[in-house]
Design a protein around this ligand. Structure first.
Ligand code: ATP
Ligand code: MG
Length: 417
């Protein structure tokens, strides 16, 4: 894409009312726009990142045999009364229409997915399975001060699994730990993300969160470096001081953000909707469930918090809006530089490389600063200096390292995942 055609622009100043690093950088770089606290528009550059995160999650959920659906946000009050959550969930947005009918704007989808699957489950032969979606959630968050980390409207991947008994659910739950670890590895925060033991609510001893170490987080965790697991500060007191796996007492305290979680729901939602199946003996049994959430904006913002530096955003290749930033420098009266940039742009596109081409008539310093702010992993400079050379000048955004590469070498680094 040509940068001259991008309808958005970068901003010189960070918005005054946003204190979070992710919001400051993403708004300045033109990735997102804030409509109100906790409510953001994803602009062309930001949406490319969001879609890449979504695709990585989709691929991993599909390997876990998840079947993708899309459920509605507008949810009848009756469904929420069935589980008792109409009156107990304090962050629920409630809307009523002219006739006085009340609905919830979905903060999560157990109340919808359970009656949905009830239509299709009758026998043990119909189990197990898992279904998921990417969907906008609405929550009346009081603390919407963390940019896209905590939205009042935000996109979540929520998956629900359905099983004949606890044993089967737990086996699936265990595989999901590995699936989640792969998601966080692939989006570039694997090294700083820990499987964390958290409170299981009233149904299980623990639930598991995936917590990423960053000062932008709102949680405190205790990390066991030997086991690479952590304990959330919010869980029962005696667990805090010892690793639940090896008993180690010397744990490292860190501030962190929850990027995902997995939960044994057991029969908490299947029972109120009477979601049952007939076992081999023809006896009615209640379906056992698990649920698995990841916030896309939460992951997006966390990558910015962890990797962003004083110059701006720094994207891992896997979720960068483009693979390469092609920056042409020089007097636009000199057509040779522009022609060379055009030739390179066409050839890279031809080879399937995603390129953002800064074809605008601006000063070199301004272009470089903006390129650093946008944070694409590789920058190729075309100028009158590089014209006479048969190599390409390539700068690595994360390390600042500059290398001179042949066309073949250039293609190889551009295509590297
Ligand atoms: P938190 O403790 O941060 O409020 P939660 O326990 O309410 O999270 P869940 O309801 O389990 O979270 O949601 C699943 C996932 O959705 C979370 O792990 C997180 O990644 C994401 N998430 C939750 N709330 C928000 C929010 N307000 N904005 C963006 N993402 C969110
Ligand atoms: Mg919450």
């Amino acid at each position: 894409m040509k940068q001259s055609q991008l309808f958005t622009k970068t901003h010189k100043e960070a918005p005054a009312d946003d204190i979070a690093k992710n919001a400051k950088l993403l708004v300045r770089a033109g990735f997102v726009d804030k409509l109100q606290a906790g409510v953001y528009t994803y602009l062309p550059l930001g949406l490319r990142v969001l879609k890449k995160i979504e695709n990585i999650i989709r691929e991993e959920m599909n390997t876990a045999r998840g079947q993708e659906i899309l459920m509605p946000s507008l949810q009848p009050k009756e469904n929420w009364q069935t589980t008792g959550r109409w009156d107990t969930m304090d962050d629920l947005y409630k809307v009523s229409d002219a006739s006085g009918r009340e609905n919830a704007l979905g903060p999560t989808h157990e109340e919808i997915v359970v009656p949905l699957v009830k239509q299709f489950v009758s026998s043990y032969r119909d189990l197990p399975f898992a279904t998921y979606q990417f969907q906008n959630k609405f929550r009346m968050e009081l603390r919407a001060k963390s940019g896209i980390l905590r939205g009042r409207e935000f996109i979540m991947k929520d998956m629900y699994s359905f099983h004949r008994d606890e044993e089967d659910m737990i086996a699936y739950y265990e595989t999901m730990k590995g699936v989640y670890a792969r998601v966080f590895e692939r989006v570039g925060i694997g090294a700083t993300t820990f499987l964390t033991f958290a409170s299981g609510g009233s149904f299980a001893k623990y639930s598991h969160e995936f917590q990423t170490v960053t000062s932008a987080g709102e949680d405190t965790i205790y990390i066991c470096d030997k086991c690479r697991v952590a304990v959330n500060n919010e869980i029962i007191e005696e667990q805090k001081h010892a690793c639940p796996q090896c008993g180690e007492k010397n744990l490292r305290t860190e501030t962190s953000v929850e990027v995902g979680n997995i939960f044994e729901l057991k029969t908490r939602f299947s029972a109120p909707f009477d979601l049952t199946y007939k076992d081999e003996e023809g006896k009615d049994r209640t379906v056992v469930m698990g649920c698995y959430g990841i916030g896309l904006g939460r992951v997006f913002g966390t990558v910015v918090e962890v990797l962003g530096d004083d110059k701006g955003l720094v994207w891992p290749r896997s979720i960068s809006p483009f693979a390469v930033h092609l920056v042409e420098i020089g007097n636009t009266d000199d057509a040779t530089v522009h022609d060379e940039a055009q030739r390179l742009y066409d050839e890279l596109l031809n080879k399937g490389v995603e390129v953002l081409w800064d074809d605008r008539n601006l000063r070199a310093g301004e272009k470089f600063a903006e390129s650093d702010l946008i944070g694409i992993p590789l920058r190729i400079v075309v100028s009158s200096k590089t014209l006479s050379s048969d190599t390409f000048e390539v700068k690595d955004r994360a390390t600042g390292e500059v290398s001179m590469l042949s066309w073949e070498e250039l293609l190889a680094v551009c295509k590297k995942q």
